[in-house]
Design a protein around this ligand. Structure first.
Ligand code: SAM
Length: 291
């Protein structure tokens, strides 16, 4: 089997298939040979584990996953890569490549048809232009997943792992911490890719919580509050929610005082539990308000 992180092999493969990188699809392929074996080792594969990979590229991570997992299903949007993958993965009979868009494919049907009664983990070097939407789609679909191990931009990884109540937290980091327990695994320098991206990367592992970290009466309201809270992060939370959710300041001040949250708090000051209490308080006391 050819070493797929070898620049010569990549160049020859790309020339053979007349392939040129698409910036729009986030195509930065790994050329550092140590990264994929490490991801495959750390993503939680056991004897009966199946892996969902997003964006296999020319198959460099797919190979390492296929050596360990019972089955690998890889979703690749770029149909020019399908013949390449058919060649580079021809040694494996436990890999299925699907030419589709991870943002459009019906994930529930995919899991039912490909992964029935198997433990499933996600492992991927994500295209950065859709990092947050992909993670939210995987989590909101409530799939039977054990964990999600992904390479993302280093700053995004730090934000996610910081959790709520931190200076660099965001609506995505709060939402991800609600569903999962994030772990920062390791950094990957920008020189590990071809072509070289503008930023460094990092691999994180999101371990799915069996039950969410706190009790939330209405997830819809909870996520609306979090999204609105971080829209203008410099504003006080009361002003943001008043402006974005059209909730009166009287209602908000009443809620903050009842919950002992400082009236001057900004979104980044609240813990995930405080967001949950705020959402639950508003839900219970003001069900009639249309947020
Ligand atoms: N896994 C390879 C590696 O590590 O070298 C490639 C990773 S590259 C950063 C991202 C890959 O995701 C590309 O192959 C790209 O074509 C694919 N991709 C981009 N958008 C996608 C989408 N919406 N659905 C599925 N694959 C996508």
């Amino acid at each position: 089997m050819k070493r797929l992180t070898d620049i010569g092999t990549i160049r020859r493969t790309l020339i053979k298939y007349d392939f040129n990188f698409s910036k729009g699809l986030g195509q930065n392929f790994l050329i550092n040979p140590s990264v994929c074996p490490k991801m495959a080792r750390m993503c939680g594969i056991e004897e009966n584990t199946a892996v969902l990979e997003i964006g296999p590229g020319i198959g460099v991570l797919t190979c390492e996953l296929a050596k360990k997992a019972k089955k690998v299903v890889a979703i690749e949007i770029d149909n020019r890569l399908i013949p390449v993958l058919n060649e580079t993965l021809s040694d494996f009979d436990n890999v299925k490549i699907i030419n589709d868009d991870i943002m459009k494919i019906n994930l529930k049907n995919l899991f039912d048809s490909e992964f029935a009664s198997m433990d499933v983990v996600v492992c991927a070097n994500l295209p950065y232009y859709i990092t947050s939407p992909v993670l939210m789609r995987l989590l909101e679909t409530k799939l039977t997943l054990n964990s999600i191990t992904v390479m993302v931009q280093k700053e995004v990884a730090q934000r996610i792992c910081a959790g709520a109540g931190q200076k660099n937290s965001s609506s995505i980091s709060v939402a991800i911490n609600y569903y999962t327990k994030p772990e920062f695994l390791f950094c990957v320098k920008r020189g590990s890719f071809m072509p070289i991206p503008k930023v460094d990367s990092a691999v994180i592992k999101l371990i799915i919580r069996k039950t969410p970290v706190c009790k939330v009466l209405s997830e819809e309201l909870f996520f609306k509050i979090i999204k609105s809270a971080f829209l203008q992060r410099r504003k006080t939370l009361i002003n943001s929610l008043n402006h974005n959710l059209k909730l009166s300041k009287d209602i908000l001040i009443n809620a903050f005082e009842n919950l002992n949250i400082l009236l001057s708090s900004r979104a980044e000051n609240l813990s995930i539990e405080q967001f949950a209490s705020l959402s639950n308080f508003l839900y219970e006391h003001f069900k009639q308000i249309n947020v």
